[in-house]
Design a binder for this molecule. Structure first.
Ligand SMILES: [Zn+2]
Length: 91
């Protein structure tokens, strides 16, 4: 059992190095997108991180401070796309 834990530790050390290397690459793959706030309609510039693909997150509108739900995904061309909705919409 302990042997198993040690090998996990070693693996996570390697992963840490990997992720810092990957992080540098990701800095270059940040993509700026323009979205419209679903509440106030204001145009907002957002930075999308490739690591957020497939996830949803909430960020407050810079103008009206209401929580916008961002859904980020990779489209068929491997480009980051984003859609936004207000928190009251089911989808
Ligand atoms: Zn707004």
């Amino acid at each position: 059992m302990y042997e198993g834990i040690w090998s996990v530790d070693l693996a996570s050390c390697a992963t840490l190095e990997d992720s810092s290397r990957r992080h540098r690459v990701d800095m270059q793959t940040l993509k700026e997108e323009v979205i419209d706030c679903p509440y106030c309609g204001e145009t907002l510039h957002v930075l999308l991180d490739q690591q957020e693909a497939g996830h949803e997150y909430v960020e407050d509108c810079q103008v009206c401070c209401k929580p916008i739900i961002f859904a980020v995904w990779l489209d068929s061309l491997g480009e980051l796309s984003v859609s936004v909705r207000d928190e009251n919409e089911p989808y």
